[in-house]
Design a protein around this ligand. Structure first.
Ligand SMILES: [Zn+2]
Length: 237
């Protein structure tokens, strides 16, 4: 019956290996990394857009101040020109040119302001959309992370359960046989035992010779496949 126990052990070991692989692959399969990277890129885009917007808003305030200053200066000049003070014609002409200059400056500043305002509005709209997307992507990432954590918890639970089963199983098996199993397992990539089905080795799909077949049904004998070297077992369904 020891062979059957070894077979059970191999089944447990294969299951353990599968669970370990599932645990290793779970983060990549979940898409968490991908989503986190996309979110980071989006965040960087938002940072740049936000910085640009703030710079433009600052420039707008400066332009507004400049415009106001031009308006004030013009008003002062106008009042001094037509405030009843006596000035000569030449001086008046000079002041009029300065007035015209101030008007042109104001017009220029106002045009700049209008353009800047339009650009700011567009940026604000774009940032609003970006922000919404950021929030959405953040939520999706959180959901994916939660799902992954749940899955890992489940897998780790199975892993722990299998480890206990393995300890119990090895307790039933003779230590010499266990050693043999370990050595064979290394040689055969974790599948040291092969089940015989219809006189075919389940490990390499080669027929078992008649000479070996006779020994197979003796539970005290260890029979190895002549082709692949695996320990042959008969498992009744
Ligand atoms: Zn074989």
């Amino acid at each position: 019956m020891q062979l059957k126990l070894l077979w059970d052990l191999q089944e447990i070991d294969l299951a353990l290996q599968g669970i370990k692989e599932d645990i290793d692959n779970a983060p990549l399969k979940s898409g968490v990394q991908e989503k986190a990277e996309a979110l980071e890129a989006l965040g960087a885009e938002w940072d740049i857009s936000d910085a640009n917007l703030r710079a433009d808003q600052k420039q707008m305030r400066e332009l507004e101040m400049k415009t106001q200053k031009t308006i004030d200066t013009r008003k002062e000049l106008y009042e001094s020109m037509y405030g009843g003070k006596n000035v000569n014609v030449k001086e008046l002409e000079q002041q009029q040119r300065r007035l015209d200059q101030l008007d042109a400056e104001r017009k220029k500043l106002e045009d700049l302001l209008i353009n800047l305002l339009e650009s700011i509005e567009e940026q604000e709209e774009r940032i609003g959309i970006l922000y919404e997307q950021l929030k959405q992507d953040e939520n999706k990432l959180k959901q994916t992370e939660a799902k992954l954590a749940e899955e890992l918890e489940l897998l780790n639970g199975k892993l722990a359960e299998l480890k206990v089963r393995r300890i119990n199983k090895t307790g039933e098996i003779d230590s010499k046989l266990l050693n043999k199993y370990r050595i064979l397992a290394e040689k055969h990539q974790g599948r040291p035992l092969a089940r015989v089905d219809n006189d075919i080795c389940g490990g390499c799909r080669v027929f078992i010779s008649g000479a070996l077949r006779g020994h197979l049904y003796n539970p005290e004998t260890m029979v190895y496949c002549e082709n692949c070297g695996r320990l042959l077992v008969i498992i009744e369904d």
